[in-house]
Design a protein around this ligand. Structure first.
Ligand code: IVH
Length: 682
């Protein structure tokens, strides 16, 4: 171990310089909100200091930025006092209660017409976001309403959070409030990954969002596709505005994400109609809502109505009761995933719930089944978590007959018969046989899925047959399949066999990022695949990368780095990669995958209509040069739409989704090619 005296003078001086610089940048960033350097540059300096301190521990000083909150995992979150308390809402569950509230409101405002704005009540986590000079400076949780936690670095990783507001936003301090949430699909995906990794799953998207925001390592938060909608602004900023609907319009115009589904209602009847519309429509939303929020539209009226210590009198939440159903649990089957995790799945007597017929529900793991005491033959209550995956809430014990069978995890894998084990620190049981056909099927399904190699026609039934008939022993074998081998399989004809061979051929040209994801490296999802592809010129460079080096990549944490290294260290991996290479599968980074880190890192731009001064490719190059990504279609993940004359459906969609729309001129200003001097420079 290095002693104090053995630290070379050059290292001591370098560390001191780095500490000074980093502390200065911390102050610029956190206190003054005037960062001089990019996060990437900050991270580079930070890591250099970490390196020096690791080599010469005597250099670690209490004032070193590595010893307190920074870009790396921290011990906890700093407290933040809210300038205005973050209130909650009163709830109602019935139209009668809502009518009573409306009466109270109108009684308090005698003789005045009262209009309402109704918004969706997003089921997530309340956050306060502060901007100074249009720059994002602080993100905090609600906490107890008075003091919350500083989650700035985690919130900064949210792609829907604009780090800079539009020029029309006020330059003064602005504090907005909103809800951070995890879309249903991302929730499902996260839980699937957790299940595969043998970890505990989240009960619902709201818990998943809360858990993700409170991860001590922002690098991990960045890997969760959290999203944001804002709905309120501080009193001082609001003083320039007249109505809640005007607040929402302004927030959207300033570049903040505002939920497009809202209505201004002249009276309670109109409010009721809006509530009714969403009673069933809510199931079609990509995120979960637990009700609607009715607000008095006029801000002056709101002020006069005031608030109790807990909640405003001018607003009320109309909540939907969780939809549940009762049905019979017939049996518990065991599913073996691609990583060998055994998941108990409940086979249910089919029942209609929240828009679909449910006949299966994941029971997640042994612990869950035992804790809830779920037995085969039980009458059970089910509900939908994230409204997609049905979940068994628990048994109706009063209905038991004594015939119910207690559940036990099998000691042998139901797919290959090999012994199952429960690893330390894991909740899951696993089959450790790498040749287990169930694992192989899962691996191949994963490889072929959309978002990975996207092999059309390679569905579940076909994968099962290919594995069972031993036509493929790994995904490398897929590329040796011929139409002649496929035709004799069930539900295959000459044409479909030829189509599959063509689809396999086409999949050879997928970008490197998709291939990395397709390989099935534990903990490497779609996004991590893209991130890695942006850094490595090809798969072999990634395969040779050491964990320390991998960790230097923004968004790749130590666990993921270790997993990648372990994966490529296996001889089986090397063998299958060699097969892919021999088959002519693209293993190289495509030019468009190479990323630049910059101001727009993680931001997605869509161009539509004609551009007047730039060509489309020049405009896209400008986005890429700052680390952003041009995309072809507008989705909720889009950060900006740049619209020129003739823009059509993409512009409409952007407006509907509340995505900021820029003119070409505004875009040029944003990329720093100012045509006018209206915006302060960095
Ligand atoms: S307004 C002072 N609007 O629901 C009133 N809240 O149960 C501030 N929520 O704490 C809340 N969507 O976290 C408002 N459109 C919306 C909302 C919303 C979700 C959350 C928010 C609030 C909780 C109350």
């Amino acid at each position: 171990m290095a002693s104090k005296t053995s630290v070379p003078e050059t290292a001591r001086r370098e560390a001191e310089g780095l500490r000074r610089e980093l502390n200065r940048h911390n102050r610029l960033y956190y206190v003054l909100a005037e960062p001089e350097i990019s996060d990437a540059e900050y991270d580079r300096l930070y890591r250099r200091l970490q390196e020096l301190e690791a080599r010469y521990p005597a250099l670690i000083a209490p004032d070193s930025p590595t010893q307190r909150v920074g870009g790396e995992p921290v011990d906890g979150f700093a407290p933040v006092r809210h300038a205005e308390p973050m209130l909650s809402l009163d709830n109602t569950y019935s139209i009668e209660d809502l009518s009573e509230w409306d009466e109270r409101v109108r009684k308090a405002l005698p003789g005045e017409p009262v209009a309402y704005t109704v918004e969706l009540k997003i089921d997530g986590v309340a956050v306060a976001l502060a901007y100074r000079n249009r720059r994002f400076t602080l993100g905090s949780t609600r906490g107890d309403g008075v003091i919350g936690d500083d989650i700035t670095r985690n919130v900064r990783t949210l792609r829907s959070l604009p780090l800079t507001l539009e020029p029309q936003a006020p330059a003064q301090d602005v504090s907005v409030r909103g809800e951070v949430f995890l879309p249903k699909k991302a929730f499902q995906e996260l839980n699937r990954e957790k299940e595969e990794a043998g970890e505990k799953v989240f009960a619902n998207p709201r818990n998943a969002a809360a858990g993700s925001l409170k991860l001590l390592d922002p690098v991990q938060t960045a890997q969760r596709p959290l999203a944001l909608f804002v709905y309120a602004v501080d009193e001082k900023t609001g003083a320039r505005l007249k109505t809640q609907s005007g607040v929402l319009d302004s927030l959207a115009a300033w570049g903040l994400p505002v939920n497009p589904h809202r209505a201004r209602c002249q009276d309670l009847e109109a409010v009721k109609r809006f509530l009714q519309t969403w009673e069933s429509r809510r199931h079609q939303l990509p995120f979960e809502i637990d009700g609607l929020v009715v607000k008095v539209d006029d801000l002056d009226q709101q002020k006069r109505l005031g608030a109790t210590s807990k909640s405003p009198r001018w607003s009320i939440a109309y909540k939907y009761a969780a939809e549940q159903a009762k049905t019979r649990l017939l049996t518990i089957k065991i599913q073996v995933g691609r990583t060998g995790v055994l998941t108990p799945v409940a086979e249910l007597e089919p029942v209609f719930l929240a828009g679909t017929t449910v006949s299966r529900a994941s029971l997640h793991n042994e612990e869950d089944v035992t804790r809830k005491d779920i037995r085969e033959g039980d009458l059970v209550v089910i509900e939908k978590a994230g409204e997609i995956i049905p979940q068994v809430v628990g048994p109706v014990t009063e209905a038991r007959t004594g015939q119910e069978r207690k559940f036990q995890m099998p000691s042998a894998c139901p797919a290959c018969g090999s012994e199952t084990v429960k690893l330390e620190d894991e909740v899951a049981w696993r089959c450790l046989n790498p040749a287990c056909p169930a694992q192989l099927k899962g691996t191949i399904r994963h490889f072929a899925q959309r978002g990975a190699m996207d092999i059309e026609g390679l569905g579940e039934a076909l994968v099962d047959q290919l594995v069972e008939k031993q036509l493929v022993r790994d995904y490398g074998d897929l590329y040796c399949l011929t139409a002649d081998q496929l035709v004799p399989l069930e539900r295959m004809a000459e044409k479909s066999a030829e189509n599959l061979v063509a689809a396999l051929q086409a999949s050879k040209q997928r970008p490197l990022g998709r291939l990395i994801y397709a390989l099935g490296i534990p903990l490497v999802g779609e996004h991590a695949g893209e991130v890695l592809a942006a850094y490595y010129p090809g798969l072999s460079a990634l395969a040779d990368a050491q964990p320390e080096v991998l960790q230097e990549i923004h968004e790749i944490g130590p666990k993921v780095a270790a997993s990648i290294h372990a994966f490529f260290s296996r001889p089986e991996t090397r063998a299958v990669v060699a097969k892919l290479e021999k088959a002519g599968v693209n293993l190289r980074q495509l030019p468009e995958e190479k990323a630049v880190q910059g101001e727009f890192s993680g931001k997605i731009f869509v161009f539509t209509g004609e551009l007047e001064t730039l060509t489309r490719s020049q405009a896209e190059a400008r986005v890429k040069s700052k680390g952003g990504r041009p995309a072809g279609s507008v989705s909720k993940n889009t950060d900006y739409v740049v619209a020129g004359p003739g823009a059509g459906s993409k512009l409409d969609k952007a407006k509907k989704l509340g995505i900021p729309v820029l003119s070409e001129k505004e875009f040029l200003k944003l990329v720093g090619e100012k045509k006018t001097a209206s915006r302060p420079s960095r």
